[in-house]
Design a protein around this ligand. Structure first.
Ligand SMILES: [Zn+2]
Length: 473
């Protein structure tokens, strides 16, 4: 049967194509909107994530893993294809991988895996384009919790014969606003502006002030608002000098609500682990914990995610455990797109041609391994953001939306001390810009150039949750 799959798995010439002696199953858990630094094993608050911390003790913890973009659909599209964001979504908000780009579930399904995804709506709805390859793709709620998806995943696994290899993807928006969780995880409910920030998409907050969403901003349009440029901030302040200001107490409540929600998600992760153990699946299952992006929690006067590449939005947990893997911590830079080739490596499947990720299997086995020199992030929602994170700092470019081929030229000639570039930490700006240009030129054609459409139904769902409020067509 395998020859059939060679039709689209163009890498079938690889000698790696062989049936594994004892196929490993894979469980991947995506904690939407979860910053690495809020998890205990990454230095987060003590006692907030006991189940994740216990899991990490028996796992390989990648201390410096970065998401390839800062929103849900595109980030999962990159995760599932091992391609960079512009290659696999249409430049809009919704993941829509091209038919020629196989998804991880399609690869594993081709190898006889039973495949199921239990997601929490929003950009992860089936219309988002990530369902192909899954036998079951169920959206359990809209912007909901792992409390809905994890029981479904365990129930599905329970019915599977133990000998059948499986890929289970579980996702929850617990840490995504509006953060909601039951007692005792819900502390004192936020009120006033804090509640408003949690209820809405919070790119409306800049420099701690809550601005209206329908402002007609002169000089700079909402594209620049989303870029959070100094010019946008100055214009907003001039337009709304009396915009209500979040107090320190508001900010503390927002952070507490975020942490409470993460604690609730951690509890359900504990339920998942207990369920897998009860089903005797741990001895033959690789478990991968990750997040699609992080969240601004008041740093630099900002909240939410969508608009930047700083570590608050892109430094994510990546924790992997499984039979034969050597628990330890790895400090090297990793991209989320490295997960797909890691899985195909571990289960002895072929990695699709065109995947940009690098297998982390040597690191998982405790073998000599070096992280990346640069972890890249892109954002393409009506503006261009390209960012490179090294071990010591970051260089970002923001500018008008351009086709990827033109973008490389644009960045190459842009002045490093001009408004397009920002940096943090310690970086060789000129050298990193050269590397950025070279990386952009190595990418495949931009999906935006293929005119991939965003399904209207999904657009309606996203808008009803406050997305795109500054840019309604
Ligand atoms: Zn997300």
């Amino acid at each position: 049967m395998l020859w059939m799959y060679c039709f689209w798995l163009l890498g079938c010439a690889s000698p790696a194509l062989r049936a594994p002696a004892a196929p490993l199953s894979v469980v991947m858990v995506s904690f939407d909107t979860t910053r690495a630094d809020r998890i205990g094993t990454y230095g987060g608050p003590s006692g907030l994530t006991p189940n994740l911390d216990r899991f990490a003790e028996g796992a390989v913890v990648f201390e410096h893993a970065y998401a390839q973009t800062n929103t849900t659909g595109p980030s999962h599209a990159s995760l599932f294809t091992s391609r960079y964001p512009t290659e696999v979504h249409g430049g809009g908000p919704v993941a829509a991988p091209g038919a020629e780009t196989p998804l991880l579930a399609q690869v594993l399904h081709a190898y006889g895996y039973a495949t199921a995804a239990f997601v929490s709506g929003g950009a992860m709805n089936p219309q988002g384009g990530l369902a192909p390859g899954f036998d079951v793709y169920k959206s359990a709620s809209n912007f909901g919790s792992m409390s809905k998806t994890i029981p479904l995943a365990l129930s599905w696994l329970e019915k599977l014969p133990a000998s059948k290899p499986s890929f289970t993807f579980v996702h929850g928006y617990d840490a995504h606003s509006p953060t909601s969780k039951p007692a005792p995880f819900a502390g004192k409910p936020p009120t006033g502006l804090a509640a408003e920030v949690l209820r809405t998409r919070s790119e409306r907050v800049m420099d701690g002030a809550m601005h209206a969403t329908d402002l007609d901003i002169p000089v700079i349009d909402s594209t620049f608002l989303r870029m959070r440029s100094p010019e946008a901030r100055a214009a907003l302040t001039a337009l709304e000098p009396d915009a209500p200001q979040l107090t320190e107490a508001d900010i503390a409540r927002i952070r507490q609500s975020y942490d409470d929600a993460l604690g609730w998600a951690d509890t359900w992760f504990g339920m998942l682990m207990a369920g897998l153990e009860a089903q005797h699946r741990l001895e033959n299952t690789v478990i991968i914990v990750l997040a699609d992006h992080g969240e601004q929690l008041g740093e630099d006067g900002l909240f939410g995610h969508c608009c930047g590449a700083e570590d608050e939005e892109t430094h994510v947990p990546l924790i992997i455990a499984g039979p034969g893997l050597k628990p330890h911590r790895e400090a090297g830079l990793v991209e989320l797109i490295d997960v797909l080739p890691t899985i195909t490596d571990l289960v002895q499947a072929v990695t699709p041609t065109g995947a940009h990720g690098r297998s982390l299997a040597p690191a998982l086995h405790g073998e000599p391994w070096e992280g990346r020199g640069v972890a890249w992030t892109q954002a393409t929602q009506r503006y261009t953001l390209v960012s490179g994170r090294t071990g010591t700092g970051r260089l970002s470019y923001t500018g008008v939306q351009a086709k990827s081929s033109a973008l490389a030229d644009l960045i190459e000639v842009a002045r490093l001390d001009g408004p397009g570039f920002t940096s943090s930490g310690t970086v060789d700006r000129a050298a990193l810009r050269t590397e950025m240009v070279s990386w952009l030129r190595s990418l495949g054609p931009a999906a935006a150039e293929k005119k991939l459409a965003t399904p209207p139904e999904l657009l309606r769902t996203m808008r009803s949750h406050g997305y795109f409020e500054a840019n309604k067509p």
